[in-house]
Structures are given as structure tokens and as C-alpha cells.
Design a protein around this ligand. Structure first.
Ligand code: F6P
Length: 352
């Protein structure tokens, strides 16, 4: 790809929210394409906190991003900081961009980060967004990068846990990430062969799970694998929280449903039960080839969106193509698991 002569303008990049495998592929895609189009790129560390002056900034050139698409996490670091919740925060973000001669901003993040990006766009900043989350719950894109890697990690864990559950003739409850949307649990549960899958979207009846465990017992199958989203709850039950305190985007820290469910099932069925919380392992380490390719393509497209002055928009996956969509379409309603997808999974409940 030919490099153009004079530098045009400078693009700032920020990564916000929980890290997701594939973030570095997006950064590399942006940098390589932006440089080929004649832009300079400046990376701000620590998410929005970096633009509030709490992080450093770092010029991103071709050497900086060489081979980073294979690495997990984000070379820029991240935070769950919300400049709209900090007095004078928005003015500070604007001042930082001005101070470092950044004409454009590319924000890579989930619903929260894109929500801030959308407001900044309305406040006059020239912003492009790239949706990110292992939860795959951002509307307006078919899949988010990071999801595929997390599904593979969680499916592998469920796969492996079969042998210990079988050996000890236990019920094994595997808690998977996903606050409001059960995509990760649905896909990992299906791929890993869980006998019961429980999602935030569809409250469960514990008696139904007990029936499945007992039916399997009567068939000589003395173990049952259960995949449960951290945000799942029983009918008339509550979401199980680890900490009540909310972050700057109003989220509490979930976790504990796996343990509670295992205890309840042991009491009700008399079968020994254990739980495993996969936690941040699901976001950790190298991205899959799928996420590297998706991240790279989204990054390239985002840089081209700056060149085409498509501000207030996101790069999104539609079928097999990367397209530009209004940022607003990614906000508001989360993309949750539709009923027919859950019913499809339920056909296999209790089945080997
Ligand atoms: O938003 C992605 C996510 O992985 C959720 O599924 C999970 O609840 C949350 O992040 C955990 O975030 P933290 O890293 O702040 O504990």
C-alpha cells in the first residue's frame, strides 16, 4: 500500500470498558490504514481517563503496532471512566484533544463507551466508533469481536469439566459472563454440550432443572452439566450480586449465581453439586483467528470512515461485510437472545 506524502491530520484512539480479545487487532487495523491514508495516530492510555489527563498518550506508528493483532487485552489499557459523570469532564476531554492536536477520535468500546462517544459527537467532536464486547450484546452489528474467543474459552472449559463431573457423578454448574444478554452462555453451552443452559433473558424454574437431573439419573447418566449466565435468575428470584456499589455507568458487579444454584440443586436432588466461575479467564489471552480478522477489518473500516467524514457512526459487521451504521443504532436497546434461539437450545436439554 502506497504511503502518501504530507501528513493530513491526527486521529486519537481510545479503548474503553472491559478488555476484549481482538482490541489490538482493531488498533493495528486503524493505525496501518490511517498511516497509508496520510494521518498520524495518537493512542490515549486508560480509556476516557486518559482523555481526562489521567493517562499518557503515545504516538502509534507502524513499528508500534507490528504483530500486536495476536495479543490479548489492549496495548492502550482501559477503564470504566465516564467523563459525563465528572464535573468539567467533557471540557477536559475537548481540551486534551486540542492540546495534542487531535482532529478526530476513534472510540473502541461497548455500549457505555459508545454512549459517551455519541454524546461527544453531539458536543462537536468528530468521532467514529468501533463496537466491542465479549457479551455480543451491542445492537447494530451481527457479532462483536472478542465474542468468538470467549465462546471458545468457555466451551473448552465446559468440555473439560465433563470428565470430572462424570468421574465424581456430580452436578457441575459453570458460571459464564453476561450481565443482561446470554449469547456467551448460549453458544458456549451448545458447543460444550451443557445439559441445561440458563440465560438472563429467560428466568428459570429450578424444579424443571431437578427433573432433568433425575431423568438423566434414571437413564444411568449420573452427572449433569449446567451453563448459567452471571445475570440469570430464578422465576421470582433476584439477580445475584457480588457488590452493590455501582460503577460510573450504573453497573453493579454480578456473580454468585453458580454457587447458589449448585447449593440449591444439591439440597433438592440430594446429588453432590459443584460450581466453577470462569470469570475473567473468558476475556484473557490471544484472540482467535476469527476475532483477529474481524478486529482488523473493523479497524481498517474505521480509519476509512474518518477519511470519508462519516462521524457519529460505527463500523459494524453485517453478514460478511463491514459497513458504517449510525452510532445511535448501537445504543438504547441491548441485543439479547431471542426466544427462538433459546428454544433451539432447549431441544438438547438433558441430552448427551
Ligand atoms: O462487559 C463485559 C463483561 O465481561 C461482563 O460480561 C461482565 O459482567 C463484566 O464485563 C465484568 O467487568 P469487570 O472487568 O469490570 O469485572
Amino acid at each position: 500500500m502506497a504511503l502518501t506524502g504530507a501528513r493530513k491530520k491526527q486521529i486519537a484512539i481510545v479503548t474503553g470498558g472491559g478488555d476484549a480479545p481482538g482490541l489490538n487487532a482493531v488498533i493495528r487495523g486503524i493505525v496501518v490504514r490511517a498511516i497509508s491514508l496520510g494521518y498520524d495516530v495518537l493512542g490515549f492510555r486508560k480509556g476516557w481517563a486518559g482523555l481526562l489527563g489521567e493517562g499518557e498518550q503515545h504516538p502509534l506508528d507502524l513499528d508500534e503496532v507490528e504483530d500486536i493483532h495476536t495479543l490479548g487485552g489492549t496495548i492502550l489499557g482501559t477503564s470504566r471512566t465516564n467523563p459525563y459523570k465528572i464535573p468539567g469532564g467533557v471540557d477536559q476531554v475537548k481540551a486534551t484533544l486540542k492540546k495534542f492536536n487531535c482532529d478526530y477520535l476513534i472510540a473502541i468500546g461497548g455500549e457505555d463507551t459508545l454512549g459517551v462517544a455519541w454524546k461527544l459527537h453531539q458536543d462537536g467532536i468528530k468521532v467514529v466508533g468501533v463496537p466491542k464486547t465479549i457479551d455480543n450484546d451491542v445492537s447494530a452489528t451481527d457479532y462483536t469481536f472478542g465474542f468468538d474467543t470467549s465462546v471458545n474459552i468457555a466451551a473448552d472449559a465446559i468440555d473439560r469439566l465433563h470428565t470430572t463431573a462424570q468421574s465424581h457423578e456430580r452436578v457441575m454448574v459453570v458460571e459464564v459472563m453476561g450481565r443482561h444478554a446470554g449469547w456467551l452462555t448460549l453458544h458456549a453451552g451448545m458447543a460444550g454440550g451443557a445439559h441445561v443452559i440458563l440465560l438472563p433473558e429467560y428466568p428459570y424454574d429450578i424444579n424443571e432443572i431437578c427433573k432433568i437431573i433425575r431423568r438423566r439419573e434414571s437413564q444411568g447418566k449420573h452427572y449433569t452439566m449446567i451453563a448459567v449466565s452471571e445475570g440469570a435468575k430464578a422465576i421470582e428470584g433476584d439477580i445475584v450480586k457480588q457488590v452493590d456499589k455501582k460503577d460510573m455507568f450504573g453497573h453493579v458487579r454480578l456473580g454468585g449465581i453458580g454457587e447458589r444454584l449448585a447449593q440449591d440443586l444439591e439440597k433438592l436432588t440430594g446429588k453432590e453439586a459443584r460450581h466453577v466461575v470462569l470469570g475473567h479467564l473468558q476475556r484473557a489471552g490471544h484472540p482467535t483467528a476469527f476475532d483477529r480478522v474481524l478486529g482488523t477489518r473493523l479497524g481498517v473500516h474505521a480509519a476509512e470512515m474518518v477519511e470519508n467524514k462519516e462521524f457519529g457512526k460505527i463500523a459494524a459487521l453485517q453478514g460478511t461485510e463491514i459497513v458504517s451504521k449510525d452510532m445511535k443504532a448501537a445504543l438504547g436497546e441491548l441485543k439479547t437472545v431471542p426466544r427462538h434461539r433459546y428454544d433451539e437450545a432447549r431441544i438438547f436439554f438433558g441430552v448427551e
